[in-house]
Write a protein of this length. Structure first.
Length: 171
């Protein structure tokens, strides 16, 4: 037990030491020309295209410099290909398994179905086809992905007043 615990501690220390790396700012990973949705600290929102990078404290939106300090959140428009494939594959797989199981029991005429491997194989093949169709449909649907959000300062304090007890949140 002691050797196992010592090994676990050494592994945890090695993983935590190896996991500390300087991460690149999320805005540096974006490419010029991507469509972005920006929310500023003042609360205004707009959609524009990302321009060429300018420096550490600013970036370009549609070739106009924009200060990172004014940024509250930044969303990048993508496509829902993965979600469409997941939904299409799951729906087609489940429905086709039920259909092929029903066909198998009808053919066996009450004796039980002996071809469950065939039923499962056909359902998996139909599910793969459904995933392809779902991915195609998902490619037509825009999806916004959060790439940057300002850290929020959150404070929680109790409220103790005569006849009242509560919690106050301030951010």
């Amino acid at each position: 037990m002691r050797n196992g615990m010592g090994t676990a501690v050494v592994l945890l220390l090695a993983m935590s030491a190896g996991g500390v790396q300087a991460q690149e700012h999320p805005l540096r990973q974006l490419k010029p020309g991507q469509t972005v949705r920006v929310k500023t600290v003042g609360g205004s929102r707009f959609v524009t295209r990302l321009g060429a990078g300018t420096g550490d404290s600013s970036f370009a939106l549609a070739d106009t410099p924009f200060e990172v300090a004014r940024l509250d959140s930044l969303w990048v428009r993508g496509r829902a290909v993965g979600t469409g494939a997941l939904v299409g594959g799951a729906a087609a797989g489940v429905l086709s398994f039920g259909f092929y199981a029903w066909i198998c029991t009808m053919v066996a005429e009450g004796n039980g179905c002996d071809a469950w491997d065939t039923v499962t194989g056909l359902a998996l093949a139909t599910g793969a086809g459904g995933a392809l169709i779902g991915a195609g449909v998902g490619a037509l649907i825009p999806k916004w992905r959060l790439r940057y959000a300002r850290d929020r300062d959150l404070s929680v304090s109790p409220i103790l007043a005569p006849g009242r007890v509560g919690i106050a949140l301030r951010f």
